[in-house]
Design a binder for this molecule. Sequence first.
Ligand code: AMP
Length: 563
Amino acid sequence: MDYSKICETYKKLEETTKGLEKTEILANFLNKIRENSEFIYLVQGKLFADYDNRELGISHQLIIKAIARAAGVGEEAVINEFKELGDLGKAAEVFLGKTKKQKGLFEEKLSAEKVMRNLRKLVEIEGTGAVDLKIGYVVDLLLSATDEEAKYIVRTVLGDLKIGVGPGILRDAIVVSCFKPKDIEDKKVCVKAVQEAYDKATDFAEVFERACKDELEKIKLIPGKPLKVMLFPKATSIEDAFRIVGRPAAFEYKYDGFRVMVNKSQDGEIKVFTRALENVTRQFPEIVEIAESNISGNNFILDCEAVGFDAKTNEYTDFQAVSQRIKRKYGIDEMRKSLPIELVIFDIVYLNENNLIKTTFLERRKIIEKIVREEDKKIILARQIITSDEKEVEKFYKKALDDSQEGLMGKNLDAPYKPGARIGYAVKLKPEDNDFDLVITGAEWGTGKRAGWLTSYDISCRGNHGELLGIGKVSTGLKELREEGLSFGEMTDKLEKIMLKSEGRHIEVKPEIVISVQFQNIQKSPTNSSGFALRFPRILRLRPDRGVEDITTIEEIEKEITQ
Ligand code: AMP
């Protein structure tokens, strides 16, 4: 397929902000790639399925070098154009347009296959000379591209196509392309089916292929491949929790760690994923060891919380301390000693070739009781009581808080496991819960004492189609000194690495840093695209375990207001 066909779709998508129009454009595109379902990754701005987090490893600097080399100009010129246009993709378009015209270089058409092939090669290249080789592959593509194609190649490499396609729109487009629903009710049923299939497969190419053949039910859970975790709404009181999950119910400690899915695949390999589908196996060798020694089963998928504790006092620490380990690539052994974790198992979705999604929670708990050999400060089952008595829950709730945990989870005993869904099969109960997980989309340089740091951050929630909606700015909660915790300096380092555009004192960044933001209340705000603003927002912590798809949705915010 000509890459220009894909670029035509990008262009159309870029030209509209309307969700329905985007869905239509994408559905037409999908009709054309039925034989090549992997091209769906290209409209996601990716090269692999969502569960696959291999990275291209190309920084802004490298892309600048590649554009300069392809266009035969100095890097300085590219940097200046980038500053002017605020988009390296557009800078590539300008330079390559000029060179091509000069050299009359329009021979062969660039194919989408070649774009995928070359970009996928970038992932494999390592070791000495890797940088040059990587640049070489990008230059090769840029030289075979038209100016417009060059723009989108550069944006793909940087992981930001700027075409406003989120997973919700892609899902809807699959529905339109494959099922052609007759009416709204029919559409709802199809959307649900495609969403459920995606939550199991976490791969739009597979879902699209199956949907084309009307065989979504054939999508199987495969241990070793991450799936979307089940999510939990909030209960406002113990009574409310019982109302949602029924009586009797199970109540468990809500541990203050981070979610991991521990997988053992058919070949016996253990893999650990975060809820953002990130593979963190390397960062947590002790989880692999303990899963091998203390969990029986040829293959499984377990839903767990990794909770940090102080190696000296044995007391649980909060999430913030242990969260540093999630993104760490080096010094893993030292980290393991200084910030140990205990693995708390609270659910299971697969065991020995059996999909347990439809099995009741009570049964699933019995299974984990059988297969897990508990060992203090290594691996335990979530502490649990089963009761109908509010007083008993209250006592347990206090105990959880005294034990430095966040609160309780109330769970419906008869409920199945629903990957990806936030339905009331279980609820969370925490004392003070006015915080949202939001993503940073931009930032502003500080002045005076704070000059040199990015000190004010634009924050967004997620819209109904996966798009990002602004909900204002936050500038408090960070420290000035790095030793005191999350500091302006640390945040500035992180944001500069993912800068997409710079204009005066403001920069735009790739939406990937998720933070928990506490606030006093929510107000209506016509100036923010979400329609809301947070009063007295304050950054609580970074959430490296969460991706942009896990952030608070507009629906949840609306619900919060009506409560
Ligand atoms: P929240 O992060 O506030 O949305 O609360 C839900 C999170 O609590 C889940 O994603 C888990 O990471 C965590 N959690 C801690 N303990 C449990 C438990 N016993 N059952 C389920 N989730 C738990």
